[in-house]
Design a protein around this ligand. Sequence first.
Ligand SMILES: *[C@@H]1O[C@H](CO)[C@@H](O)[C@H](O)[C@H]1NC(C)=O
Ligand SMILES: *[C@@H]1O[C@H](CO)[C@@H](O)[C@H](O)[C@H]1NC(C)=O
Length: 377
Amino acid sequence: MKFVPWCLLVLLLFQITTGKKRRHKGTQWWSLAKTGEPSNDLYSPTAQAHIFSSPTLLPLTKKQRRLVTKNPGTILAIAKGARMAVDECQNQFEDRRWNCSIQENGHGGSIFGKIIERGCRETAFIYAITSAAVAHSVARACADGSIYTCTCNYNLRQPHGVDWEWGGCSDNANFGKKFSRKFVDVAEKGRDFRYMMNLHNNEAGRRHIKREMERDCKCHGMSGSCTIKTCWMRLPVFRKVGDILKDRFDGASRVLPGNEGRNDAEANNNGGRRSKKKLKLEPADPNHKRPDKRDLVYFEESPDFCEADDSAGTLGTVGRECNATSIGIDGCDLMCCGRGYKSETYTVRERCSCTFHWCCEVKCKICTRTKIRHTCL
Ligand SMILES: *[C@@H]1O[C@H](CO)[C@@H](O)[C@H](O)[C@H]1NC(C)=O
Ligand SMILES: *[C@@H]1O[C@H](CO)[C@@H](O)[C@H](O)[C@H]1NC(C)=O
């Protein structure tokens, strides 16, 4: 009885180690998040204005380049999506030990670092939010008219309301989702369990985009009298997608390859071919329900992220700011992993006692306030 799981584990480890190298090429597009930042490489003698780097096709795979070339305008939307994903990830995780910081992706690594080589919740979140962001950004760009091969979605035919009708230009969530599938999922090569996990999380991220679309309306008629009102479907603000995915992160399911996958695993030894349909993700705890399409899944517990560890790609929490009165994960006890913290006072100059003077001026005093900052030892 004990024999089967051991085989599985060995097989899994084998696949995880052999799959590492080839996997990174397809996620290099994440580094497009850095475009739009002032670039040091470019120097223009005439420039008073800042020089910003613009997205290039360099970090893309051949397939991704072909797709982007066939759909002019998408590279800007992808770069914008990558930035949205990083910003939102950092926003959601700013009070946690792992704070989604990004790094230079030298040596073909990922901008999120080695966490991407694991199979933990944080890995799941990264995959979900990046693929969701591409779907979101492309869907919006379609409606803006900045992609040649798509337009608004004019076909949302749902019942009218009493005082409004459908019209106008809905964000093209269908195109965005399909494009994200083609562009993002191509990164996941192989037929192993990790591949299943990443694909599942990519799709989970995208599914929340369309589901959260909202009706937006505009009034027409003489001087805004609103005699006619037209409505269309608008994507949620990306913050909302981030909130939802963070909830899914908190409730993520730990999974194992399912039964069908086990039988098929033997075939993997001779030829490495496994049909992806047959590999099912089963909850690691048989008492839990099977994850649905919108749940995030992982197969490995997260490291504690306490210490800096190059080989694990964790930065540690030394020097992180913490909250001395909170008992949560942002509190100094948990954030500093029990190592303790130091407190420093510092002063800030702020505007205060502002008064309004007719008309139209606000006058303020400058006050000096003392604040305390706690940082982990
Ligand atoms: C995340 O934490 C690291 C230290 O662990 C710190 O250097 C970095 O500035 C933080 N990044 C963000 C985006 O807060
Ligand atoms: C610190 O935590 C307490 C309790 O959770 C909270 O009320 C307070 O606003 C937090 N302070 C900061 C600066 O976040």
